[in-house]
Design a protein around this ligand. Structure first.
Ligand SMILES: Cc1cc2nc3c(=O)[nH]c(=O)nc-3n(C[C@H](O)[C@H](O)[C@H](O)COP(=O)(O)O)c2cc1C
Length: 194
């Protein structure tokens, strides 16, 4: 049996009582349902939290956690039309771990469903030599939709989210394969550009 691709699931919020856990639980189950293995990368993890102040040991732990993954999925809220600051700091703390990896974007928030934060992330992710997937999954008012364990309580909402996730997972799988082949054929290093 082919080894499952492993995807780093990066949370965006470090707020106590955050909704992020519920949405991330659902995303992880969905990714596993679609055949991926997952590794959670949580900026609120006590071992990773000091990344926020540039702690070298924490940054090394983040590097180790992000190493050798086939791609990433960022699950983030929107705050004032953008991604949360702690997520941006985490993203900025590593470089080569991002290169030539696919990144899927899943957002939530008020009526925008986090979409403006996801679009803001595209600019940042391009700078880091990633491929951000065209297709996103987003949730308006997730506090009304998800229970504590990350189950979507309304059957119609669940079906719509699962349909969006099926497209998302298909794209992620395609780009993870394509970029793995490309990295294998020729290691990606933007510093070669001269
Ligand atoms: C200061 C602040 C600004 C916010 N700005 C937005 C926004 O611009 N767009 C939006 O859709 N939701 C916005 N929200 C709603 C958050 O996305 C929502 O509270 C979400 O649950 C936060 O994620 P978390 O609970 O995982 O921390 C904002 C919330 C706060 C507290």
């Amino acid at each position: 049996m082919a080894e499952r691709k492993c995807i780093g699931v990066i949370l965006g919020s470090i707020r106590e009582g955050r909704i992020n856990d519920r949405v991330a639980f659902w995303v992880i189950r969905q990714l596993e349902h679609h055949g991926f293995a997952t590794r959670t990368i949580d900026p609120a993890d006590p071992g990773l939290l000091p990344v926020q102040t540039g702690d070298p040991a924490a940054i090394q732990r983040l590097r180790d956690r992000m190493a050798d993954l086939d791609g990433f999925v960022i699950v983030t809220p929107e705050y004032n039309h953008a991604e949360p600051g702690p997520l941006k700091t985490l993203i900025d703390s590593v470089t080569a771990e991002w290169w030539a990896r696919p990144v899927g974007l899943i957002g939530y928030g008020g009526i925008s469903g986090g979409l403006r934060a996801l679009e803001a992330l595209r600019i940042i992710l391009a700078e880091l030599h990633t491929v951000a997937l065209r297709d996103t999954v987003s949730f308006t008012s997730p506090w009304r939709k998800f229970d504590e364990l990350g189950h979507i309580t309304d059957a119609n909402d669940a079906a719509a989210a699962e349909a969006a996730m099926a497209v998302f997972a298909h794209r992620l799988d395609w780009w993870a394969d394509a970029l793995a082949h490309a990295r294998h054929a020729k290691p990606y290093d933007p510093r070669d550009d001269g």
